[in-house]
Design a protein around this ligand. Structure first.
Ligand code: OSB
Ligand code: MG
Length: 374
């Protein structure tokens, strides 16, 4: 089959409340969506959608949404709009001589996968052998200046039914915040923290003070390239060290595990170049006995549905950051947004990534549309 037409759509979705991490504050999500029209060899045409998880600024990783759109338009698409036999599983290989840009590449692969799986009438979950029908839902809680405000926010999420709390932390907003939240939620509720690279190698003793709060993991305490630093921290701190930003490929993940830097893995498809590489990382982590969970990037219903299918693989033994769409957005661009019931998300089952676009609402939040035809 071949890609006949690609639409790059930018949308703006206001967040229900500001989301603060150690790298900045998000108030509105500026998202790039990719729509492909894929024509199979039998002549039928199917539309597929991908979501690029790049943020507005290069704060989480080097990618940012304008840059992603530029590299897709000027460098990536040309390599996909040629020939008559393009399959989603070829996208990474076709783009391999272009360095970096995993989020941009992943969005293209996702759109193609969605189209081809819809054409075949197969869900992505079935395609990869995912088995769970529901998955436990965790929530990522931004940094709050005021501990009482933080406790009020956490209490709301507990009341909503979330089964695991993840607190964003940074130096100055860590030990006291974790202690207060642990006290609020009690000893049995799963709790973890995410530093988004805010600490340094010399913070081992400080971070070891978190051990008494019996948390699942500490996510990405050190800068992304500091694998050895994370390995040393894993020796100094009892709480398992989990990597997010550091893991950008399957081979790099295998190396980080071998070096003792990655006791738990956060898998984010966009960060690693797409859902197919995400499955490979899942498989190698299962092979090495490393628990995995699915991270999030404030996705719309497109990415949320896809993440839910991925997280239904058997190696995803820890609750992920797949919360209800209403955690971030008043209204979603899909017809049947992700919700939580008894703390769980129902895994979509329909073909492709299992969402349906709410076209009228999508149009109303669209800020620009560009079309590329071959
Ligand atoms: O580090 O996991 C992260 C959001 C944007 C960028 C990085 C991260 C996050 C989150 C939110 O923690 C996860 C979500 O989508 O719920
Ligand atoms: Mg993280």
């Amino acid at each position: 089959g071949r890609v006949e037409r690609v639409e790059l759509r930018r949308i703006a979705l206001p967040l229900v409340s500001p989301f603060r991490t150690s790298f900045g504050v998000e108030r509105e999500r500026d998202i790039l969506l990719v729509r492909v029209d894929w024509r199979s060899t039998d002549g039928s045409s199917t539309e597929g959608w991908g979501e690029c998880v790049a943020l507005t600024e290069p704060t989480y990783s080097p990618e940012y949404v304008d840059g992603a759109q530029h590299v897709i338009t000027e460098h990536l698409l040309g390599r996909l709009l040629t020939g008559d036999d393009l399959h989603a599983s070829d996208v990474a290989t076709r783009l391999a001589t272009l360095h970096g840009h995993p989020m941009a590449k992943g969005a293209l692969e996702m759109a193609l996968l969605d189209a081809q799986l819809r054409a075949a009438g197969v869900s992505f979950g079935d395609h990869i052998g995912a088995t769970a029908t529901t998955i436990p839902s965790g929530v990522s809680v931004g940094i709050h200046d005021d501990v009482d405000d933080l406790l009020a926010t956490v209490q709301r999420y507990v009341d909503d039914g979330y089964v695991r709390i993840k607190l964003k932390i940074e130096p100055g907003a860590d030990i006291e915040h974790v202690a207060a939240v642990r006290e609020l939620i009690g000893p049995d509720m799963p709790l973890q923290v995410d530093a988004n690279t805010a600490y340094t190698r010399t913070d081992g003793r400080h971070l070891a003070r978190l051990d008494e709060f019996d948390m699942l993991l500490i996510e990405q305490p050190l800068p992304e390239h500091d694998i050895i630093g994370h390995a040393r921290l894993a020796d100094e701190v009892e709480t398992p060290i989990c990597l997010d930003e550091s893991l950008v490929s399957a081979s790099g993940t295998a190396d980080a595990i071998e070096l003792g830097a990655c006791e738990i893995a956060n898998i984010k498809p966009g960060r690693v170049g797409g859902y197919l590489e995400a499955v490979r990382i899942h498989d190698l982590c299962v092979d090495r006995g490393v628990p995995v969970w699915c991270g999030g990037m404030l996705e719309t219903g497109i990415g949320r549905a896809a993440n839910a299918m991925l997280a239904a693989l058997p190696g995803f033994t820890l609750p992920g950051d797949i919360s209800a769409s209403t955690r971030f957005y008043e209204r979603d661009i899909v017809v049947d947004p992700i919700t939580i019931t008894d703390g769980h998300v129902t895994v979509p089952r329909s073909p492709g990534f299992g969402f349906e676009i709410d076209h009228a609402f999508l149009d109303s939040v669209t800020t620009s549309t560009a079309t590329i035809t071959r």
